[in-house]
Design a protein around this ligand. Sequence first.
Ligand code: ZN
Length: 239
Amino acid sequence: MRTAVLSDVHSNLEALRAVLEDSPYDRILVLGDLVGYNADPDAVLTELRDAGATLIAGNHDLAVAGRFDVQWFNDVAASVVRWTAERLDPRLLDHLSTLEPIAWSEGQLLVHGSVCEPATEYLRDTGSAAASFAAAEFELCLHGHTHIPAAFESRGGKVVELEVEGDRSSIEFVPGRRYLLNPGSVGQPRDGDRRASYLIIEDGRAEWRRVEYDVATTMRKVRDAGLPEVLAARLEVGR
Ligand code: ZN
């Protein structure tokens, strides 16, 4: 079973298509923030549905569905939440509204932010990783939200962060240890590498992959839609 793990697609159709075409997979998991920030919410949700992806919701998806207060967003993010909610196909909005920010899939725990706060917590250090390891019984939990690839391992209660930077970083799962893995962001990477980031899990191994996509087209669509210029500019630098 070869599993592709995506997160934070954020209405970026060009990045999503590049990732889906990058390598074969048997199963796709998407860890929320399907929409927001970029200009193709309908096409992204349709593409994910057609690909048979297992979806959970992120804070942006919940806000578009009216289930999370936009007052918690900065002005730029809130403006795109409103823009998306006004335009999204009603049937796609209905589907988005059914998604939760946490779910189990074939024995693996999927969360958008963290196990403790599935919609909102930024899990980016060993302290918050330890809290999530303690909050549920899982061997492997997949999380997103930070837009930064990351891996945490629990070895008999001691939590360490594993290095996953660079092209095609990978780790081997050690039996008896537990893992929290973040694929990074497909649609708005923030680690200084503008290429779409995702994760492949197969045969006891996890491999982070980076994929070039047509950034110029996504930037043009953001500008043509009248969305904030900062959202186009950040795609070019991956910040
Ligand atoms: Zn996000």
